[in-house]
Each structure stands twice: as C-alpha cells, then as structure tokens.
Design a protein around this ligand. Structure first.
Ligand code: ZN
Length: 284
C-alpha cells in the first residue's frame, strides 16, 4: 500500500471515538519498531518527522523508510511533517513524498497564522496531502522547539473554531495543558477546551506531548474529542534506557545490533501499549 493522507483514517477516528497515534521516527529502528507494533495490532498510524529528524535522516532515507513500512505492512500509514515552520519546508516535504504536513504557525499572530496555514492547505490539498494546524502555544522542549512555561498559552476555543472554519485543516492541534517532553508531575489537561472545539468542528483535535500522560487522562481526552495523539519522548526514553542498560552490563559489546535490537523491542512495547490505549487496534 502506498503512503496515505491522514484523511484515510481520521474521519473514522472522529466518528468512532478513537485516536490514531503519531509516533515520531528518528532512525531505522524507530521505523521498524513502530510498524511491527502496528502490524500486530492492525492499526493505522502516522510517522511523525520533525525538521530536526529530517535533517538527521535526509529526505530520501526518510521517505524510503516510510514507504518500505507501508509496502511491507499493507497498513494505512501517513508520513507527516511535525511542526513544519514555513510554507517552503512543507512544500519540500510534499515534493519529497510526504503524505501529510503540519504547519505550525502558532508563534505568529492569530490572523497571520490563519493566512499562512490557508496557503499550505491550498497547495497541499491539490496534491492530496493532509494538513494539521496549531493554535495556542504548546510548552516544553522537543527537538529545535523550546517553549518555557511562561510563554506556553492555552488555545482560546472560539479562536480554534474560527481557525478551522477559515483554514479548512484536516485536524487541529490546540494547546490544552500538555507539554512536549516527559512529565514529572501530572498535566492539568483542559478537557473543556477540547470538548468545546471538537463539538463545533468536523475534524479531530490533536494532542501533542502525549508522552508520560497517565492512561486515564488520555482516555478522557479521547472521549472529549481528541483523534490524534503525538508520542515521541516515551520511545526515545525506552530506546536510550535499554541501550544504557545493555552497555552498562557488558563493556565489551561492540556490535550495534546487540543493543539496538533490545532497544527496538522496548519501543515495540511502548507503541503497542499506546495503540491499545488509543483504541486504534483493528481499525486499519
Ligand atoms: Zn508537538
């Protein structure tokens, strides 16, 4: 199966109240672990690729890994640019073979965010590519993006609704109290904002910063209208913790497969548990 746009599964997620996971891809082992878990669960999913990860892997390898996963699994898989910072980078990804892009105009003024997002939607739609927009500023640190708590701001639900109506995005990320990275405490998620926005628009709300959020909070967020959840840090932690354990146990290990293999296994566990929690098993 070729890579698909998020519209291949997001309408079903919205209608049936489940969420599709965006699992970020950082290298071959991430790609393999994510697709292995999804195949076991027969779940659609989204490969998220940040601009930093794209620089790290290169366009050709990134697209080839995602295409190989789609071909091998037969699953509906979207290859999605995470937090695209400009029209140009979104177009570069579409030309390179991405089936979906996020344009993050949240650091612009509301009107400018609408204007720029609209341009991306217009160009992407002509190519059959789906678009995620963002409103409000999600806190935390991920990749090149760092927003301290003072500058993180919750989305205004009325603005989020207007943002959807004017841009026609396929899903909208709104800042509702989660943050990028791993939580130390429990996030204070504003389910009321999710619910108000999700009820008023026909596309799902996206929850960023899904790593380390308690399962019960995730279930409540999905019930309130979240249809796409981003997970990256939790896989990174599982991967690196496992590698550290293997190397600490045996200083003579030199074959990368001896630590990357177990790291991959640990990530399969993370992705499988998220897919089950999100309710997307058997929805492929
Ligand atoms: Zn994000």
């Amino acid at each position: 199966m070729p890579l698909v746009s998020m519209n291949e599964f997001l309408p079903k997620a919205k209608a049936n109240k489940f969420a599709v996971g965006q699992f970020n891809m950082n290298n071959l082992e991430f790609a393999q672990a994510i697709v292995e878990a999804a195949m076991e669960e027969k779940s659609p999913f989204i490969f998220g690729v940040s601009e930093g990860a794209l620089k790290y892997m290169g366009m050709e390898f990134t697209v080839a890994l995602a295409e190989a996963a789609a071909k091998q699994s037969g699953l509906p898989i979207a290859l999605h640019l995470d937090h695209g910072s400009s029209f140009e980078v979104a177009m570069k990804c579409i030309r390179g073979g991405f089936s979906s892009v996020m344009f993050d105009g949240s650091h612009y003024s509301f009107e400018e965010n609408i204007r720029l997002t609209k341009e991306v939607v217009k160009a992407a739609r002509a190519m059959g590519v789906s678009v995620e927009g963002e409103l409000g500023t999600i806190g935390g640190v991920e990749d090149d993006i760092s927003v301290d708590e003072a500058n993180a701001s919750l989305a205004n639900p009325d603005e989020a609704i207007r943002f959807y109506e004017e841009t026609g995005v396929d899903c909208v990320a709104i800042a509702v109290g989660t943050a990028h990275g791993m939580y130390k405490g429990e996030p204070n998620i504003r389910y009321d904002i999710i619910e108000k926005v999700a009820k008023a628009i026909p596309v799902p709300v996206v929850l960023h910063g899904g790593s380390g959020v308690p399962d019960e909070s995730i279930r409540k967020a999905i019930a309130a209208g979240v249809g796409k959840i981003n997970v990256n840090t939790e896989n990174q932690v599982a991967c690196t913790d496992t590698i550290r354990q293997v190397l600490n146990k045996d200083a003579n290990v030199y074959d990368p497969r001896k630590y990357l293999g177990p790291a991959k296994k640990a990530m399969v566990e993370v992705v499988r548990s998220k897919i089950r929690l999100f309710g997307s098993s058997d929805q492929a």
